[in-house]
Design a protein around this ligand. Structure first.
Ligand code: ADP
Ligand code: MG
Length: 361
C-alpha cells in the first residue's frame, strides 16, 4: 500500500487548452494517505473517472505528477503501478470458476497454491461467495459477477491501492447496501487503501472516512461526512450534500449586517468576515435542518410566508417565501398551513457566508 500524492495535476483531453472549461481536471495538489478509505464524490461528468484513470496509469495527465510513496510514477504504465481497479461493469472470465477468477491475480504473480487457496477462501468468505466457489462464473447473476470483480480487486494484499469506479451501479438496491457495508468492513480487516468513486452521496458518506467532493473538474472539499454537512467550504458542497441541500440566499453585507433582498430586517453578521463591498457575490447558507420556524414572533426572527408543508414521516418539510427567495426548513412539528405568516430563526453558529462560492465565515 502507498501514500498517493498528486502534485499540480491537471488534465485536458483536447490539445492546447486555454480556458478552465477546456479541462476535465483543473490543477490540483492533494495527498491520499496510506490505508485510507476515500470516496470521490461528484455529479456525472465532473472528472472522477479521469482522476482515477490518471492514478492507475490508464490516462497520462497533461500536466503535473503522481507520486506513490514519494516515487514519481507519472510515466509508468498501469502494470508497473501495482494498482487494482474495479470498473462499473463486471470484468471476469466467464469460462473459469469463481475460485479460478479470484485466484487469477495471485497466480499471475507466482503465489504458491496453498497461499492462493487461503487468500481466496478469505475473500470469498467476506463477499459471501463461498457457496459459489466451484461454479462457473458464466452461470451466475449480474450481482454475483460484480462481487467476483470486487473480489479480484481486493485479493492482492500488496497493492498500492484499490480503485473502484462506481462498482455498485449494476447491483440491486438491497445488495448495494450490504456490499457498501462489506467494503467498509474489508477496509478495516484487510487494511487496504481504497478510493471509491460515486455520484451517490449516501454511498460516499457510508463508505468513506474522507470524502473528496468534485465539481466541474475541481476538488472543492475533502472532509468527513460531518464536516461536509456542518461546514461546507463551497456552495456546491452545501447544495450537493443533504436532502434537500443547503439554502443559499444572495445577500448584501455591510456594517456587520446582512440584508436579504425583499426582507426589511437585517441579520447581524459576526465581526471578522473578510467580505468586500456590498456589490460582491455574497450568499448566506443555512441547512434546512437548522432553520427555526415558529408562528410566534421571536427576537431576531425574519417574517416569511409558508408556501407548502409536507409530513415526511420523520419530519415536516416546509418551504417558505422569505423576501425574494424560497427557503426549506426541516421541522419536528407542523409549523402551520399554507399561507400562514411564520417567523424564521437562523442560529448564528449555523449561518455561513460565501463569497464567490467559497466560504468566508
Ligand atoms: P465522471 O467520471 O465524473 O462522470 P469523466 O472523468 O468521465 O467524469 O469526464 C470528465 C469530462 O471529460 C467530461 O466532460 C467528459 O465528457 C470528458 N471526457 C471523458 N473522457 C474523455 C475522452 N476519452 N475524450 C474526451 N473527453 C473525455
Ligand atoms: Mg465516471
Amino acid at each position: 500500500m502507498a501514500r498517493i500524492e498528486l502534485v499540480n495535476l491537471a488534465h485536458a483531453y483536447k490539445a492546447n487548452p486555454s480556458q478552465p472549461s477546456d479541462y476535465a481536471l483543473l490543477p490540483m495538489t492533494m495527498t491520499w494517505d496510506d490505508g485510507g478509505a476515500y470516496a470521490l464524490l461528484g455529479p456525472s461528468g465532473c472528472g472522477k473517472t479521469t482522476l482515477l484513470n490518471i492514478i492507475s496509469g490508464l490516462v497520462p495527465p497533461s500536466q503535473g505528477k503522481v507520486l506513490f510513496d514519494g516515487k514519481d510514477v507519472t510515466k509508468l504504465p498501469t502494470e508497473s503501478r501495482n494498482i487494482a481497479q474495479v470498473f462499473q461493469f463486471p470484468v471476469i472470465y466467464d469460462t473459469m470458476t469463481v475460485r479460478e477468477n479470484l485466484a487469477f491475480p495471485l497466480k499471475n504473480r507466482g503465489w504458491k497454491n496453498a497461499d492462493i487457496k487461503k487468500r481466496v477462501d478469505q475473500i470469498a468468505e467476506i463477499l459471501e461467495l463461498t457457496p459459489d466457489l466451484n461454479h462457473r462464473a458464466s452461470g451466475l447473476t449480474a450481482d454475483a459477477k460484480q462481487k467476483i470483480s470486487l473480489g479480484r480487486g481486493l485479493v492482492r494484499p500488496d497493492v498500492a491501492a484499490v480503485l473502484f469506479d462506481e462498482p455498485l451501479t449494476v447491483i440491486d438496491p438491497h445488495l448495494k447496501w450490504l456490499l457498501r457495508r462489506k467494503l467498509k468492513e474489508i477496509h478495516h480487516e484487510l487494511k487496504l487503501s481504497l478510493i471509491y468513486v460515486t455520484h451517490d452521496q449516501i454511498e460516499a458518506l457510508t463508505f468513506a472516512d474522507q470524502v473528496v467532493v468534485m465539481t466541474q473538474g475541481e476538488v472543492v472539499q475533502v472532509g468527513s461526512a460531518q464536516a461536509l454537512f456542518e461546514e461546507p467550504e463551497h456552495t456546491f458542497v452545501g447544495y450537493f450534500i443533504g436532502n434537500p441541500g443547503m439554502n443559499l440566499l444572495p445577500c448584501t453585507v455591510a456594517h456587520q449586517l446582512a440584508r436579504i433582498p425583499g426582507v426589511d430586517q437585517p441579520l447581524p453578521v459576526p465581526a471578522g468576515i473578510p467580505i468586500g463591498p456590498a456589490s460582491s457575490n455574497v450568499r448566506l447558507g443555512i441547512r434546512p435542518e437548522y432553520v427555526g420556524c415558529s408562528k410566534e414572533k421571536t427576537d431576531g426572527a425574519l417574517p416569511a410566508q409558508l408556501n407548502t408543508v409536507r409530513n415526511l414521516g420523520t419530519h415536516w418539510l416546509a418551504v417558505c417565501q422569505l423576501g425574494d427567495y424560497k427557503i426549506a426548513a426541516k421541522l419536528h412539528q407542523q409549523p402551520g398551513v399554507s399561507g400562514d405568516t411564520v417567523w424564521l430563526q437562523f442560529p448564528p453558529a449555523r449561518t455561513l457566508y460565501y463569497v464567490n462560492d467559497k466560504r468566508a465565515l
